[in-house]
Design a binder for this molecule. Structure first.
Ligand code: GDP
Length: 592
């Protein structure tokens, strides 16, 4: 793969001015304003553009080497690079295992962690990031896993740095596949170190060298070929060479000198959150600095709470969590967002105040972006005839809601349909959802949630469709079909023939009887006819019968003279010498 164009990353915290964006892109302000203008936006140099708008502009300009990153100012995640003190201590590496489906990610983690997989990954995208820890040679390694890569990408979009090392699993009998490329790109964009595990080497079709060649054509050069990527051939299933893989992970961690301060207030990331009856909010955190203990106060985004219970990844109570440790806690008053940074606060009052400030910052950020992508799409003149598809998304955990929403937004409607997320949230479909859905083109999508019987009755009464899924792809397929139904059908017209009118026997309000000579093609009942006079369009009619010597015939062909009965919707004064141009018109349902 050619990589001669330097990649450029632009971070956007809420919004960016035209001036700032042009500088970041190395374009003149005039050029940028020109592009905006072409897209229907009259902008000034100080106009603020939101992330999505900036992305559309970059796409318009065809700048493939520019990446936009959303900075989450509300929760201060992305611009967060803590300077380490000299008291910082080594911490376990945080390793994400990624790769194409069926290449052996799950098997690798199962073998490493000696765990039995509970097959609960409906449809291949779990709603969350699962975290595990493994002790090897007396050192801990933290593993993160999500069957689809969306959750990693979502956290990344929040600007958070989650992983130190990405282990990319590639099956030696299958090579580089789309999700392998996705994993490579993710690792690069997250600035993580890459280690490749070439898996399934026990298989007959396994070809390590070919896999390496494949990887190297995707920008990953194996060390033994003079590159800088460690590649370890393994068999996850037969537990072959896994120790070497772990050695390589620890070696990389040592070279990177992964450290964290522990004598600071605890901080980290929310990697999953959901509500549980009797427990309230259950939140999975990855501690990145400090030490989190039960009884301490924590803030994440606009919510806060006191750590009531804390469990390790195996579900065992844990009194203290050090950096790189994944834990599950209860005690947050509300559900924090997936990807939010959490911080320890010294007391309840401070926690409440910080949460409030975060909420205000988030509100300001939204208010600050003057031009939103919805505005842009509206202005890009697609909106006049674009239709709106309204959805309400309910999911069992925040991660699944985010995943569904993010993937819905990825459905390309070529600007013809505007997706409007009316609301989204965690929990069963409720009365409020049905109230909100009582409009045109609105569907409630539930992912891994229930619809209480009274709610489904209410929805049936109000004609509100509620669809529930356990497989995300099925949900997305359905949404796509719904959107396709909203597309205007494609009209296909095919020219068939032409007749010169030689006699007009009757013209009434909705019918005409005439005769003439077929100049070319043919004419059959059912064909449509354009009436043309002096090259001008006069009207349209439908042929109801074709006749020859007063007898109905199935068709008239070029060279023949005959009679026609035509049906019209409004009166057409057909005249001698008018031309009838025959055609057929089909409407075809369009797909996205
Ligand atoms: P994932 O989709 O990446 O999580 O892939 P899985 O771990 O579910 O593996 C997909 C299939 O490949 C399963 O049938 C595994 O048993 C098989 N598999 C995984 N690793 C190996 C391996 O090293 N050797 C062989 N022969 N099969 C493997």
């Amino acid at each position: 793969m050619e990589q001669n164009q330097e990649e450029k990353t632009i971070q956007i915290a809420g919004s960016i001015t035209v001036d700032e964006l042009s500088q970041a892109l190395g374009l003149s302000v005039t050029e940028l304003i020109g592009t905006l203008f072409k897209n229907g936006i009259v902008a000034t140099i100080n106009q603020r553009l939101d992330y999505e708008t900036a992305q559309i502009i970059i796409d318009e300009l065809g700048l493939k080497n520019v990446k936009l990153e959303k900075k989450n100012t509300a929760t201060k995640t992305s611009d967060y690079h803590r300077e380490l003190s000299d008291k910082a201590v080594l911490r376990p590496p945080v390793v994400a295992v990624m790769g194409h489906v069926d290449h052996g990610k799950t098997t690798l983690l199962d073998t490493l962690l000696n765990k039995k997989t509970v097959d609960d990954e409906a449809g291949g995208i779990t709603q969350h990031i699962s975290a595990y820890q493994l002790k090897y040679n007396d050192r801990l390694i933290t593993f993160l896993d999500t069957p689809g890569h969306e959750a990693f990408a979502a956290i990344r979009q929040h600007g958070a740095l989650l992983t130190d090392i990405v282990v990319i699993v590639v099956a030696a009998d299958d090579g580089v596949k789309p999700q392998t490329v996705e994993a490579i790109n993710f690792a690069k964009s997250a600035n993580a170190k890459i280690i490749v595990a070439i898996n399934k080497i026990d298989r007959e079709g396994a070809d390590i060298d070919r896999t390496k060649a494949d990887l190297s054509s995707h920008g990953l050069q194996p060390e033994e070929w003079g590159g800088d990527i460690t590649m370890v051939p393994i068999s996850a299933k037969q537990n072959q060479n896994l120790e070497e893989l772990l050695d390589m992970i620890l070696l990389t961690a040592d070279i990177e000198e992964l450290k964290a301060d522990v004598d600071i207030p605890a901080e980290g990331l929310v990697i999953e959150s959901h509500m549980e009856t009797g427990k309230g909010s259950v939140v999975n955190l990855l501690v990145t600095g400090g030490e989190l203990k039960t009884g301490e106060f924590v803030v994440a985004g606009s919510t806060y709470g006191k750590v009531r219970t804390m469990l390790d990844w195996k579900g065992k109570p844990k009194g203290k969590a050090t950096p790189s440790t994944p834990v599950t806690i209860t005690g947050f008053k509300d559900l924090p967002n997936f990807g939010d940074r959490f911080m320890e606060a010294k007391d309840e009052k401070t926690a409440r105040k910080m949460a409030l400030l975060n909420a205000q910052a988030a509100a300001n950020e939204t208010a600050n972006a003057n031009v939103t992508s919805t505005d842009l799409l509206r202005m890009m003149n697609v909106a006049d005839n674009s239709k709106v598809f309204n959805v309400i998304v309910k999911g069992d955990v925040l991660g699944s809601v985010t995943s569904v929403v993010d993937n819905l937004k990825l459905i390309d409607t070529h600007g013809e349909i505007t997706l409007n997320i009316v609301s989204s949230g965690v929990g069963d479909v409720n009365e409020n959802d049905v109230y909100m859905a009582a409009g045109e083109n609105t569907v409630i999508y539930g992912f891994n949630v229930n619809v209480p019987i009274n709610i489904s009755k209410m929805a049936a009464r109000d004609n509100v469709p509620i669809r529930t899924y356990r497989v995300i792809y099925e949900l997305l397929d359905d949404a796509k079909k719904e959107m396709e139904n909203l597309l205007d059908a494609e009209i296909i017209e095919e020219d068939k023939g032409e007749m010169k009118v030689l006699g007009v026997f009757r013209t009434e309000k909705t019918s005409i009887i005439a005769g003439g000579e077929v100049l070319k093609g043919d004419v059959k009942p059912g064909f449509l006819a354009r009436v043309v006079r002096d090259k001008k369009f006069i009207g349209e009619a439908e042929v109801t019968s074709t006749q020859k010597e007063k007898m109905d015939v199935p068709e008239l062909v070029a060279g023949e003279t005959g009679g026609l009965a035509l049906k019209t919707t409004s009166k057409i004064d057909l005249q001698i010498n008018d031309r009838l141009v025959f055609f057929t018109r089909e409407t075809k349902k369009r797909t996205l």
